[in-house]
Design a binder for this molecule. Structure first.
Ligand code: ADP
Ligand code: MG
Length: 330
């Protein structure tokens, strides 16, 4: 069977089935934003890894190597944030094409080091090899969390509210601007794409508060990622389009870049915001937390029972249908 028939998640499911984990210390193996391994009675280790490949995840022309280095670490930090953990140590593996300038790699590490200092993480090792054509950066990040506070994708229950941090779709629009050849000296959408801000503080605060029931980060787009919470929690979900949190820049630029005003926010990737569910009785606690952290946390919908599947309602309460290429009205 050709791999594209299986799809990324079909493949991962097969891999997971072929490698059952029997170690009782392992709390969560494949299937969440990070693996969770018990350390002692109260603490656990979190482990996550992500590859960024030139041509697939980044283009050298779209950002400086310094900013790219920051992003490579940020996407991993975001997965630790998604579990409610504290990031600690990381390893960097590089596959480098032979014509690469040393200055590029030096700047890449300067960016990673700057990000590492900001989040209190330290580089402990890695691996280096040659690549025939494109640069590959793979980072493994270790973190720590309080075992009973960790937030998984599987904790959502019917009636819970669905929240997201920050705003959605900015990164997708930023990428569209870059692909159109727009190279502004500074553009807030481009910055959201090239230099995402991992929500470590919010993730920890949510985990610590006990207010949320499930959490993950949005790397592949809200609609796609919410399906992971649905599948693993055995629930459905209903999203209200008019509640999606949009930035001023999004509202200004989206009509010029996208046929539908909501598509980049609903299914555009790489926002690295947190997506989490909250039992209704905890709603006020989440609002208080958002105020304290000065980070918007917006209720965009609710968890339903699994029979109701995934629905998106527009401004007039009309259902949109998910198609492979995106959403469209019936
Ligand atoms: P995220 O987008 O949060 O980084 P992914 O969708 O990449 O998560 O991965 C989902 C889960 O599948 C994670 O537990 C990850 O470790 C696991 N996974 C992904 N690729 C592989 C692989 N090739 N082999 C084993 N596990 C994998
Ligand atoms: Mg993730």
């Amino acid at each position: 069977m050709q791999i594209n028939k299986l799809g990324e998640f079909g493949l991962i499911e097969k891999i997971a089935r072929s490698a059952a984990v029997s170690d009782p210390q392992v709390v969560k193996a494949i299937g969440d934003d990070a693996a969770v391994v018990s350390l002692d009675r109260t603490a656990c280790l979190l482990v996550t890894t992500d590859i960024l490949k030139e041509g697939i995840h980044f283009k050298k022309a779209f950002s400086s190597p310094f900013v790219l280095g920051k992003k490579c670490l940020a996407v991993n930090l975001s997965d630790i944030a998604a579990m409610g953990g504290t990031p600690r140590y990381y390893f960097v593996s590089l596959a480098i094409p032979p014509d690469t300038q040393y200055g590029f790699i030096r700047e890449l590490y300067r960016g990673m080091n700057a990000q590492a200092r900001r989040f209190g993480v330290q580089l402990l090792g890695g691996d280096t090899t040659a690549s025939q054509d494109s640069l590959v950066v793979s980072i493994t990040l270790l973190g720590r969390a309080v075992k009973r506070q960790v937030l998984y994708r599987h904790g959502a229950g019917p009636g819970d509210l669905i929240f997201v941090t920050g705003t959605l779709g900015d990164s997708a629009l930023g990428l569209m601007l870059l692909e159109k050849g727009v190279r502004p000296a500074y553009n807030v959408l481009v910055k959201r794409h090239s230099d995402p801000q991992p929500r470590i503080e919010a993730g920890r605060a949510l985990a610590c508060s006990g207010a949320a029931s499930a959490m993950m980060d949005i790397s592949d787009g809200l609609a796609g990622d919410l399906r992971h919470i649905m599948k693993q929690s055995g629930v459905g979900a209903r999203i209200f389009l008019d509640r999606l949190p949009l930035s001023a820049a999004y509202r200004r630029e989206c009509p010029k870049l996208s046929a539908d005003w909501y598509l980049p926010a609903l299914s555009g990737g790489e926002d690295y915001e947190l997506l989490f569910t909250v039992p209704r009785r905890n709603e006020k606690r989440v609002q208080a937390l958002a105020g304290k952290l000065r980070l918007p946390m917006t209720c965009i919908g609710e968890i339903t029972d699994t029979k109701q599947g995934f629905t998106v309602l527009d401004e007039r309460g009309k259902r949109l249908r998910l198609r492979e290429t995106g959403f469209r009205h019936f």
